[in-house]
Write a protein that binds this ligand. Structure first.
Ligand code: GLN
Length: 537
């Protein structure tokens, strides 16, 4: 069958959860046997979010092929359990970059290059790209930003043209809006939805389905009113009520028959009812925990949990796998000192030191690691967290005064974490870190090996600095073992402490590969270690 295209737009306000709605719909269609992928088009001018501060746009999610992408791609992978790639995230910047490069090559010789048709043509080409692979029955395209924003206009225009070019039953537009509740009036209000659909229609796109975010159930008279004023069928006004967890949303959308509306609009041949057994089992365990642990997340972006989205979700997956409620306690690393570290962390059943960049909060991370190392509290370090564990060990166990990462102190006498030669030549900032999937060999008999249950793994990276192998022997002799090594380069990917119940740190980002169906073993076993530690107290 020819690939069908679903477009998801948003109106009224940002942060309505287009990514979760898209991922939930994809899940339902996948559970019926369709092959589905999701892509996100972002209207900002950066080529990708790799150079953005996490405070701006949340976490930067990295795909297998090393693309630095929007955090919504993380939701897509966690829900669908299939990999995304560079092709799944396109920004205005990338569209313009391609068009401008082509102009320089002479592709438009003699022509004035314009937003319409040249930019919109490039957007359309990218919108169809994944579908042309023949791999997918359905491609869902989420358009970032809000309808009515200046920067969204070329994307909406591209959707309008594609609908016309592909034909009526080949595309479906779902518009996500907000139906706010006015407490003083005791009423749900539909006006913002009407106006936002009007904006979309003015741009030539009549939505087929409205998904209305609301804090209260939307009664049928109100659905009728929305349908009438927005020109959609009443059964295509879907309510999306605030959910306890994002993982409830596929089931809520199923109840509202979002998948059925889409199937009917796209005239898809009806496949089986969605099989959501494993999903329900996951939710059942998540909601009926038999134990509870407190895990400290030590980082410098803790004021914005979106900066650690994949880590938070990995704990949800690992919590469910262990039937355990994982409470994440946030610690701003800048505030941790040798005087207060004990009072801050002693109630914790596990401590995770997060990824990050730059000097701010570095000292606090070292204090946290020293404390958990000396007090046998389960510890997991990720990327910068692993580098901090190496620096802490060098300073406090090996006695290497002033040991550091050259990212933090370029003049350190003991660069236990340093930049590789090939990285030193790089001048450009965007897309030049060690990015994407690399294989890693685990040492038999190590904790890492027992966690994964195999010796060859592949994990995703995003960093410039590495463990300096000049210090490896000294580390090993003192009980900090490198138990995961990149077989091609010899780079250290995992370190673990011998005389400690659970002290494991990874140079890569395990959180990027945890999904509902495949909770990541490092998180699963870390939570298990925290449960055991809590019991032993
Ligand atoms: N800043 C460190 C590096 O570039 C760690 C990066 C990270 O934690 N993602 O190597």
């Amino acid at each position: 069958m020819a690939t069908k295209y679903i477009f998801v737009t948003g109106g009224v306000t940002s942060s309505l959860g287009k990514g979760i709605i898209s991922a939930s719909l994809a899940k339902l269609l996948q559970a019926r046997g369709y092959s589905v992928t999701i892509q996100k088009f972002d209207p900002y001018i950066n080529i990708d979010p790799g150079t953005l501060n996490p405070y701006e746009h949340g976490e930067c999610y990295v795909t297998e092929d090393g693309a630095e992408t929007d955090l919504d791609l993380g939701h897509y992978e966690r829900f669908l359990n299939v990999s995304t790639s560079q092709a799944n995230n396109v920004t205005t910047g990338r569209i313009y970059y391609n068009v401008i490069m082509q102009e320089r090559e002479g592709a438009y010789l003699g022509k004035t290059v314009q937003v319409v048709p040249h930019i919109t043509d490039e957007i359309k080409r990218r919108m169809l790209l994944l579908g042309e692979s023949g791999e997918y029955d359905i491609v869902i395209t989420e358009i970032g930003g809000c309808v009515g924003d200046i920067e969204s206009l070329p994307f909406i225009e591209a959707v309008r043209q594609l609908r016309w070019e592909l034909g009526v039953n080949e595309t479906c537009v779902i518009h996500l809006t907000l139906v706010p509740y006015l407490k003083a009036a005791g009423e749900l209000k539909t006006k913002p939805t009407q106006h936002s659909v009007r904006d979309l229609s003015e741009a030539g796109v009549q939505p087929d389905i409205l998904v209305c975010r609301s804090e209260h159930p939307i009664p049928s008279e109100l659905r009728r009113k929305i349908a009438l004023f927005c020109n959609v069928k009443q059964n295509s006004v879907i309510e999306s009520i605030d959910a306890e967890t994002i993982y409830d949303v596929p089931l809520l959308m199923r109840k509202e028959k979002l998948d059925e509306r889409v199937i009917s609009k796209l005239k898809l041949t009806h496949k089986a009812e969605p099989n959501l057994d494993t999903w329900k089992e996951f939710l059942g365990k998540l909601k009926n925990p038999t134990s509870e642990v407190n895990i400290a997340l030590v980082g410098k972006y803790v004021e914005l949990p979106d900066a650690y989205k994949s880590i938070i979700e990995s704990f949800v997956h690992a919590g469910s796998a262990n039937e355990c409620k994982v409470n994440i306690k946030w610690f701003q690393s800048e505030n941790i000192t040798d005087e207060n570290v004990a009072s801050m962390l002693q109630q914790m059943d596990g401590v995770l030191v997060a990824p990050g960049f730059g000097e701010r909060g570095f000292k606090g991370k070292l204090e946290a690691i020293k404390f958990v190392r000396e007090n046998n509290i389960p510890f997991m370090g990720i990327c910068l967290g692993m580098q901090c564990a190496a620096v802490e060990f060098a300073r406090n166990v090996l006695g290497l005064q002033g040991a550091a990462s050259t990212e933090i102190d370029a003049e350190t006498p003991h660069p236990v974490i340093d930049m590789m030669e090939d990285q030193k030549q790089i001048k450009q900032m965007g897309g030049t870190m060690r990015l994407g999937a690399y294989t890693c060999e685990l040492k038999k008999g190590s904790k890492a090996y027992s966690i994964y249950g195999k010796s060859k793994i592949s994990e995703r990276h995003r960093h410039r600095y590495e463990f300096n192998n000049k210090y490896l022997q000294a580390f090993e002799e003192a009980g900090m073992h490198a138990t995961g090594i990149n077989p091609d380069t010899g780079l250290v990917e995992i370190i673990e402490l011998q005389d400690h119940p659970w002290f494991v740190a990874a140079q890569y980002h395990p959180e990027l590969k945890s999904t509902v169906l495949n909770p990541h073993p490092l998180f699963v076993k870390f939570v298990k270690a925290a449960i055991n530690f809590a019991k032993s107290k």
